[in-house]
Design a protein around this ligand. Sequence first.
Ligand SMILES: O=C(O)CCC(=O)C(=O)O
Ligand SMILES: [Fe+2]
Length: 257
Amino acid sequence: MEGYGDLSLFGEMSAEEQAQAEEFRKARQSERQQKQKEQIDKIGEVEWVNSLEFQRQRYLRSNRKDAQGDLNFETLRDREPMNFGQAFSRAELILILTSVNEYVLEKGWTTQRHGAFPTRDVPKDTSVSSMVFGRLKDMLFPLLAKHTGISADKWRFRDLFVIGYHEDHQRALELHSDGCLASLTLLMNDTGEFEGGGTYFEKFDLHIKQEPGDAWIHDAKLSHSGVSITRGSRIVMVAFMDTAGGFTGKHIESKFS
Ligand SMILES: O=C(O)CCC(=O)C(=O)O
Ligand SMILES: [Fe+2]
């Protein structure tokens, strides 16, 4: 399909199939517009623009060419991960790690929390959980709002856990995407305690090596992996964030805060 410009997007489809696909796309678009119009008629323009449904749709479509003109935010959708800055000081990281260690000594690491992609991790229901949740919520949700157009009060934690990669146990996490809207990766221990590691993003062929405490946020649907460590241990806090009523409607922060 070389030389057909945008049409090459349709891959191996025949001209007839391409026309059908285009027709289908237009029908879906007009159906969506019709539904939006009904919503606006029902609740009014201001309420519609503030609604979760509108904000989610706008964000999920914000990587599309036809959405660019409508956007007044720099979208995270389909874009390179962003460093949202330092979420925890060194002293706080030590406090959290101590609490995670206590938890692990008592209950051990879990290995089956994420079905298809088992990780060696602990849920964050430790003695510092409310500090962790409070800080992340106050810091990340307003920044997520800035980069997604979804208001801060609509965000929830779907999950939050700590992964312990270790040279003798789990060294890496294979390529996957996360089942939420946005994900946090935050290195907790010193970079001198391991070799290798970091997070790899396939789309950009980008290998990020975090500094302890920095909150790295990425579009959850980007394919990424935990790069293998070759020595020591790498301890990472991961949070899966989504809107209230997102894909499953489930969220967890009420258990902890
Ligand atoms: O180890 C990392 O940097 C990535 C972890 C991750 O992607 C996950 O737990 O879903
Ligand atoms: Fe992930």
